[in-house]
Design a protein around this ligand. Structure first.
Ligand code: PAF
Length: 285
């Protein structure tokens, strides 16, 4: 496996592969690779000839009081994990190379898709994500790119960006990977102390309860969100940021009666750590 830190070198490696008729995959990550990332790399490796994993903690998607400085970084470990999962190249450029200008060019997906859910408390987040993914798509020129369903709003934002800017890239959204007890894998889980880690299980439990109600025939969006909200609020270590539902695709506000494919998304703080999770309520066509 090649560790590449140079933009031009990665452009050459990708171009050479494409000229030889090979398919190129990109798995964008911020490192701290866990089984969720491994499932993306594995899928990319299985379905493509060349798999590039980018490891870059993107400064522009963190707000001023967020965890950019303390975000876990361990490139040597990430390289081993990526290689074992099937990566051919790890691309880990320095920040000043990816952002060469003090006043960068921004890519912003406007409208409610970036403003609801996490966009409310993280107003610059999705602009940072869209900008870095644009740069990475231009550099790696992948045919296929792999993202996790855990970041459901990110995937909706990126689908819109790819569609609106005519990127010749196919997005693959892979299922959420969970710990044995149901906690969604996240690089931020390591911030939780044992009591918070235990308390955080309420996220999965409440989403499962929502699925159960829904499958039993409950279609009233207020009833479902109230059930989820009360379960989470009953956990003393939790502080709810949001429990909300939007229709898919495009994150449109749901009506009172669920009649479309619906994303039920939650963001909750346990101590200083904010976790997100979600499930999709599938309405029969
Ligand atoms: O999901 C992430 O880890 C990041 O938002 C991404 C897509 C790698 C962009 O920095």
């Amino acid at each position: 496996m090649i560790l590449c830190t140079d933009i031009k070198q990665l452009q050459r490696l990708s171009a050479t592969a494409r000229q030889a008729g090979k398919s190129v995959a990109l798995v964008p990550t911020m490192g701290a690779l866990h089984e969720g990332h491994v499932s993306l790399i594995h899928a990319a490796h299985t379905e493509n000839d060349l798999t590039i994993v980018s490891v870059f903690v993107n400064p522009t998607q963190f707000g001023p009081h967020e965890d950019y400085e303390k975000y876990p970084r361990n490139l040597a470990k990430d390289c081993k994990t990526a290689e074992a999962a099937g990566a051919d190249i790890v691309f880990a450029p320095p920040a000043d190379k990816l952002y060469p200008h003090k006043d960068p060019v921004w890519v912003e997906v406007t409208g409610s898709i970036s403003k609801v859910l996490c966009g409310r408390t993280r107003p610059i987040h999705f602009r940072g994500v869209a900008t870095i993914i644009t740069k990475l798509f231009h550099i790696a020129a992948p045919d296929n790119a792999y993202f996790g369903q855990k970041d459901a709003q990110q995937t909706e934002v990126l689908k819109r960006m790819v569609d609106d800017l005519f990127f010749p890239v196919r997005l693959h959204i892979m299922p959420i990977i969970r710990e044995a007890d149901g906690l969604a894998k996240s690089s931020r889980n390591i911030y939780l102390n044992p009591a918070e880690r235990k308390a955080a299980l309420v996220l999965y439990k409440s989403l499962k309860q929502a699925q159960k109600l829904f499958l039993q025939g409950e279609k009233n969006s207020d009833v479902i969100s109230t059930a989820v909200r009360s379960m989470i609020a009953a956990e003393p270590l939790s502080t709810i940021d949001y429990v909300e539902m939007y229709t898919l695709p495009g994150l449109i506000t749901v009506g009172k009666i669920l009649d479309k494919r619906t994303l039920l998304a939650v963001a909750v703080k346990f101590g200083a750590t904010r976790l997100i999770d979600n499930t999709i309520l599938e309405v029969d066509a």
